[in-house]
Design a protein around this ligand. Structure first.
Ligand code: SF4
Length: 377
């Protein structure tokens, strides 16, 4: 696998619990999600993730099961992740423009040899817009056309043809210059296709959890405790949904689009252990796969995370990591509990690999956490 590239079925990534393959966010019928879950059961360890961007990961694959996984994952599920659209693209009644035609044209004409992890967002706007998401190139629908951003700079506004030409020019520069930040010369050349326009107001990520209006019905977003989805839970949710399609959405949310009975599906999701309310404390805990699925784990992370979640106050984050690798949350958290050969380590405002401030007995973890969070209040 090329360093920094996104893990895929063709080039999976080694993790503590086997090989991991990522599939980009895609709006697919429930039957395709059931097929994906069966692939996870038969070729992986039966665990899936929805990432912070809404991609889906199959975990616990092995070299000898990759061909089986490739044959079980629906063939029309997109494999590449260069161009992303908003989760309700084409369905949101309040979107400024349907981003899918422009996204398809960019994907079809993008040059080969782009740097790994290059991303283009085509954001049609609407309730689940992508203003909070990072990207190398960004096309944002405005009433007058498409506003093109490159990194932190906004280059200007044009109709779909002009925006397409400018975006392709930048992608060609990215491939030629082997960088995700094209040169000033390339940016100036792209801007010549566009008219000057003010930058849009800075946006924050919308909440995908809950009910959303569609042009022809309703969508329900449910959250995954600790970002993780067991294949059997996905199958039960997909089969009960009655939805036209399901899709991963930013914030580790699974969206069901076109649900005939949202209240019934929300109830079903809750009985399956999924998050249906924004104030669910499990949304404040990041936990990795942990024992027993991960060979490196020194901790049953998810059991500990479920026990401790009610103690985490709104606005705080607890990270429970089976070892110092910190797969679930590579950034600092208010508190991290990490499995170490000496027992359960506590780290304040750090990463799982940082120096442990003190070791706790598992039985003391609850009281210690309560004390730590009380000190913040
Ligand atoms: S952080 Fe968790 S999932 Fe990652 S290697 Fe360690 S125990 Fe395994």
């Amino acid at each position: 696998m090329r360093r920094g590239a996104c893990p895929s079925l063709a080039a999976p990534m080694q993790t503590g619990d086997g090989l991991l393959a990522r599939l980009p966010p895609a709006t697919m019928p429930p039957a395709d999600w059931v097929a994906l879950a069966r692939a996870a059961q038969q070729a992986g360890n039966g665990l899936l993730d929805i990432t912070a961007r809404g991609s889906v990961q199959i975990r616990g694959l092995r070299a000898e099961t990759l061909d089986l996984a490739e044959s079980l994952v629906p063939s029309d599920w997109p494999r590449g992740a260069l161009v992303m659209t908003s989760p309700l693209a084409g369905d949101a009644p309040d979107e400024v423009a349907d981003p899918r035609p422009l996204a398809r044209r960019i994907a079809a004409a993008a040059p080969l040899g782009l740097p790994p992890k290059a991303t283009v967002l085509v954001d049609g706007g609407g309730a689940l817009h992508l203003a909070g998401e990072a990207a190398d190139l960004r096309l944002v629908a405005q009433p007058e056309g498409w506003l093109l951003g490159c990194g932190a700079a906004w280059l200007g506004l044009g109709d779909a043809e002009a925006a397409l030409a400018a975006a392709l020019l930048l992608l060609e520069a990215m491939a030629r210059e082997d960088t995700r930040a094209p040169s000033a010369v390339a940016r100036a050349a792209a801007a010549r296709h566009l008219s000057p326009a003010p930058a849009p107001p800075a946006g924050t990520a919308p909440e995908a959890l809950g009910l959303h209006a569609l042009r022809d019905g309703l969508a329900l977003g449910v959250g995954l405790p600790f970002g993780r989805l067991e294949a059997a839970t996905l199958i039960a949710f997909a089969e009960a949904s009655g939805a036209r399609a399901l899709r991963g959405a930013p914030g580790r949310v699974l969206l069901a689009l076109g649900v005939p009975n949202p209240a019934g599906l929300r109830h079903k999701a809750a009985t399956l252990g999924l998050i249906t309310q924004p104030d669910d404390a499990r949304g404040r805990v990041a936990a990795c796969t942990g024992a027993p699925a991960c060979a490196s784990a020194l901790l049953d992370t998810r059991a500990l995370a479920a026990m401790l979640a009610p103690l985490v106050p709104p606005g705080a984050l607890l990270h429970v990591s089976g070892c110092a690798k910190g797969c679930a949350h590579p950034r600092p958290a208010r508190l991290t509990l990490v499995g170490t050969p000496q027992g359960l380590g506590l780290i304040r405002r750090g990463r799982a690999g940082d120096t442990v401030a003190q070791h706790l007995h598992t039985q003391e973890a609850r009281a210690s956490l309560a004390r730590e969070f009380a000190a913040d209040a």
